[in-house]
Design a protein around this ligand. Structure first.
Ligand SMILES: C[S@@+](CC[C@H](N)C(=O)[O-])C[C@H]1O[C@@H](n2cnc3c(N)ncnc32)[C@H](O)[C@@H]1O
Length: 394
């Protein structure tokens, strides 16, 4: 039985969940990806954990001596930490690992992209359980196209071939699994299961019949909702066609009935007052302030009275105890091509949601424990770690 301890995270890509459109791995591919998992685990457990000592023993005392006080913000901590060679070494390796992940996966996907496209096409032709509705008129948001999101070449939307599934395959091939040591489960649906587990405990009577997953990518957590609420009608939306084509084939091959629709979350064609649950996982921080305002308003329009908006994210800065924690959490803003990461975690989401129509007293900011889906499909609540939930009832 897999343990939930961080110290025993997995170091083999073989645990990644299988389905019909997952790129096949040769032994040399496995070797490279396993090396990445092991290095990632080593950096997280043995090197990153020392950063706090560097700060406490060296950086903070020097800062105090100079300014007569401790650093007041994550920005001051960062400026001071950047001068430390040991911190530079960790940060450089972590960034290298992220870029290396793309460069290792790129040739694996590239050599089989045509056959993966064929698999996706065939699932589209069949009368399957779910559906896929594409719309090539969707304008690509600038906050997505301006850079390669977390160093993924071409981000989510770039198309290089007929019926392109490239970015779907790149995303599914272990980015999260490698980076977290399998902590999100073989199918990377841990965030979805954490929200389900929290809802089941806190609102046992809540049983959504119609669910919308915003920014669903390849449907990792979307499929968890289908498993948890098998009678519900579930739709996953994303603006990017390549991840949706992949998501559709993946869901069909895993026998899950999902409707995938290419759409901006800010402006959908769905009818008003029709959804019981509008949910997202790890989505808001890859958008923009304007987009969040628009998509909260759109969510308010889509929800039935009594329906729930729920976003699964990392915690905002104001809920973190120390400026050092805030500084660590802000790493991606400066190093991982995720420029909105920091600004998003500074936003006043309560204000934005009440400006969008939600009542303040029906809005909440909560933590829910990580859960780790197991190979046998059971879920385990982790001993450490939380997701942040931002939600509002209509
Ligand atoms: C980090 S991924 C989300 C991960 C996914 N929810 C999961 O649990 O694996 C962000 C996704 O949001 C999509 N996206 C970004 N902006 C969007 C928008 N305005 N409307 C719809 N999808 C969007 C991206 O294409 C990408 O697939």
């Amino acid at each position: 039985m897999a343990s939930t301890d961080i110290a025993t995270q997995k170091t083999s890509i073989r645990g990644l969940g299988k389905h019909a459109i997952m790129p096949e791995l040769r032994c040399d591919d496995e070797y490279l990806l396993n090396y990445q998992m092991a290095l990632s685990k080593f950096l997280r457990e043995k090197v990153q954990t020392k950063n706090i000592n560097i700060y406490k023993k060296k950086v903070e005392p020097v800062f105090k001596k100079k300014y007569g006080r401790s650093p007041k913000s994550r920005h001051e901590v960062r400026k001071a930490m950047l001068k430390e060679p040991a911190y530079q070494w960790w940060a450089c390796l972590r960034r290298h690992l992220q870029e290396q992940s793309s460069s290792f996966k790129f040739p694996i996907v590239e050599r089989q992209v045509d056959s993966l496209s064929e698999i996706a096409k065939n699932y589209r032709k069949k009368k399957g359980l779910g559906s896929l509705k594409l719309n090539n008129k969707i304008p690509y948001p600038k906050y997505q196209t301006a850079m390669d999101m977390h160093w993924m070449p071409g981000s989510y939307h770039t198309e290089v071939s007929d019926y392109d599934v490239f970015s779907g395959a790149m995303y599914d091939l272990g980015g999260l699994y490698i980076g977290t040591g399998g902590k999100m489960g073989p199918y990377n649906d841990g965030p979805g299961w954490a929200a389900i587990n929290w809802l089941n405990k806190k609102y046992p009577k809540f049983s959504p019949k119609k669910i919308l997953d915003q920014g669903c990518t390849v449907g990792h957590s979307t499929l968890a909702y289908a498993e948890a609420w098998p009678k519900a009608e579930i739709t996953g939306i994303d603006f990017a066609a390549p991840v949706l084509r992949y998501a559709h084939a993946r869901a069909e091959s895993l026998n899950k009935k999902i409707s995938f629709v290419q759409s901006l979350a800010e402006k959908t064609d769905f009818e008003s007052n029709t959804f019981d649950l509008v949910i997202s996982s790890m989505f808001l921080h890859e958008t923009s302030t304007k987009a969040i305002k628009e998509l909260f308003s759109e969510t308010f329009r889509l929800l039935k009275p009594g329906g729930l908006m729920l976003h699964i994210e990392q915690p905002p800065f104001h809920l973190m105890k120390t400026v050092f924690e805030q500084f660590e959490m802000d790493w991606d803003t400066h190093n991982n091509n995720e420029p909105f990461w920091g600004p998003m975690h500074d936003l006043n989401l309560v204000k934005i949601s009440s400006d969008s129509g939600f009542k303040k007293f029906k809005t909440f900011e909560e933590f829910c424990p990580f859960v780790i889906p197991q190979d046998d499909k059971s879920i385990k609540v982790a001993k450490a770690g939380n997701w942040f939930l931002f939600g509002a009832w209509k």
